[in-house]
Write a protein of this length. Structure first.
Length: 542
């Protein structure tokens, strides 16, 4: 390849006010990012805001037996929709598909707010989830298309920093809305924010390409994707809770998931425009970053979801305070995500971040495994800082590495796959690590002898308020059982996270291009980014 045809990085990041990527000015990028930040916030806030309102919703609409489906229906729909929205963006353009996803999410939100019974609410939550599936993948794909890889990390760092804001603020906002307005406003609050996103993105994204123009929908792939993901999500939602892991229902779902997945892979190999193009996995960096994303979702979110159990049952924190006690972890994640993005943009080096992040996540989870009934909130907060720093280093780099390994034609589908893997890791982590927790908690109470029988009988429905009403000896038995469960959970979480360290070591440092369009992949290259088409000046400086 002639030198003039090579992708070079000699010009460095664009100056403020200059033109970057597809000709977007610095001002246009800032306006667009404002809309994308709101969209990312909506995607991450929704479940957090709704959760505190659920008891009130049940009190008004009834249907306690179906309450779990308010969350399950949303998660199921959004998980299935994520890779589909990504592929639709490749086919028809990011602008129209992202606006459609936001509009569908807002329609679902409005209908949830006017629901008159639990069946309506569950159905409209699923509709809302279908739109939500396109929000995060749309945001990341738009950034991937309009921002050159060298500068992309700064903006993706901002997007990943939204997560801790949502996790801290969501429950507080949801509780305030439920107590002072109505649970319906937990859904209506999305409408004005979403309207701003629609307006900003429709105006500013007009320069984005309109897609390939090939209106070829992989209907068989879509159907089979829905089958195996639905089965897998139901396994993670029902396993160990509504049904035993060895029950016919769970085993039947497992068979459906495996059969559906095998059939899906066969169809994807033959489809003209596959939902998940298997060619993206020919890139070593893409495959490794996807595996790291899955493991990070499994270990971080799976384990993190049970920290409030320890804080409330053992450390005596209230539900509100337990959320606030997570703040050190969230602040650390936000700071490292923003700082890491700026560092990558300045130096072009990213290989060390997933390695350091995996080490910190493993160390943080291992530290949590050492907690006992005497561990103070101060000590556990220090452990949270370690875990949060690791989360911040891992979250955005996995997406950046994946996108740097993709052709432009696969940007949406590949980003959808990466996001999907992280989400599935999170779902499986919560389910499987939750099973570890409940199993060890129950075993601990059984091992405590006859004196713990009354506590064991009510263990699955124990609340902090009910625990405080028990005799001191019974309280101590249950707190020790919770500690045993937490120790086992975080030990397994640390072991899984350690696998991420090994995988991260094999990620290659590939120069981040300054051009917005990746080179066309060849079967033997890590897409355009990993080929030898990168100019020597880039390699030398990296």
């Amino acid at each position: 390849m002639a030198a003039k045809d090579r992708v070079t990085d000699a010009d460095g990041p664009p100056a403020a006010g200059g033109q970057v990527g597809l000709g977007f000015s610095h001002r246009q990028i800032l306006v667009t990012m404002s809309g994308l930040v709101i969209a990312m916030l909506l995607a991450m806030l929704d479940n957090m805001i709704v959760a505190p309102a659920l008891p009130t919703i049940v009190g008004e609409l009834g249907g306690l037996n179906h309450l779990a489906w308010v969350a399950t229906g949303y998660v199921l729909a959004s998980t299935v929709a994520t890779p589909i929205w990504g592929k639709l963006g490749d086919l028809f353009g990011r602008r129209i598909t992202f606006v459609a996803a936001v509009a569908l999410f807002l329609l679902g939100s409005a209908l949830c707010g006017v629901s008159q019974d639990m069946a309506q609410l569950i159905g409209f939550r699923a509709l809302q989830g279908l739109g939500a599936g396109g929000l995060m993948v749309g945001v990341l794909s738009i950034i991937g298309e309009m921002i050159p890889p060298r500068d992309r990390s700064k903006y993706q760092g901002v997007m990943m920093a939204v997560m801790p804001v949502a996790m801290i603020g969501g429950p507080l906002i949801g509780g305030f809305i439920t107590d002072n307005l109505s649970w319906r406003w937990a859904f209506y609050v999305n409408l004005p924010l979403g309207a701003v996103t629609l307006a900003l993105c429709w105006i500013t994204l007009a320069k984005l390409p309109q897609g390939t123009g090939k209106a070829v929908i992989d209907w068989w792939g879509t159907a089979l994707l829905t089958v195996w993901i639905t089965a897998l999500v139901l396994i993670t939602s029902w396993g160990g809770t509504q049904y035993d892991w060895g029950s016919p229902q769970i085993l039947g779902l497992a068979v459906a998931a495996v059969a559906g997945f095998v059939a899906f892979v066969i169809v994807q190999r033959r489809a003209a425009e596959p939902i998940m193009p298997l060619r993206v996995f020919k890139s070593r960096n893409f495959s490794l970053s996807g595996a790291v994303a899955f493991i990070s979702g499994f270990a971080m979110f799976g384990a993190m979801g049970f920290l409030p159990q320890f804080q409330q049952f053992v450390q005596g924190a209230s539900a509100t305070n337990s959320g606030l006690l997570l703040m050190p972890m969230m602040i650390a994640a936000m700071v490292v995500s923003l700082g890491g993005g700026a560092l990558i943009s300045k130096t072009g080096h990213y290989k060390s971040l997933p390695i350091i992040g995996s080490i910190l996540v493993t160390a943080g989870l291992a530290l949590f495994a050492t907690m006992d009934v005497g561990t103070s909130a101060t000590v556990s907060s220090l452990y949270m800082v370690v875990l949060g720093a690791g989360m911040g280093a891992m979250m955005q780099t996995s997406t950046l590495i994946a996108q740097n390994s993709l052709d432009l034609r696969d940007m949406g589908a590949g980003t959808g796959v990466s996001t999907f893997l992280r989400n599935m890791g999170s779902s499986l982590g919560i389910s499987l690590l939750g099973a570890v927790y409940t199993s060890h908690l129950a075993d601990s109470l059984v091992a405590a002898g006859p004196g713990a029988q009354s506590v064991a009988a009510s263990a699955t429905s124990m609340t902090p308020q009910a625990l405080r009403a028990l005799p001191q000896a019974a309280q101590h038995l249950f707190q020790q059982a919770v500690t045993d469960g937490i120790t086992a959970l975080f030990t397994w979480g640390a072991a899984v996270a350690a696998v991420g360290i090994v995988l991260a070591l094999f990620i290659r440092q590939v120069p981040l291009r300054s051009a917005a369009k990746p080179q066309t992949a060849t079967p033997d290259s890590d897409a355009g980014a990993d080929s030898d088409a990168v100019a020597e000046p880039v390699a030398a400086r990296s």
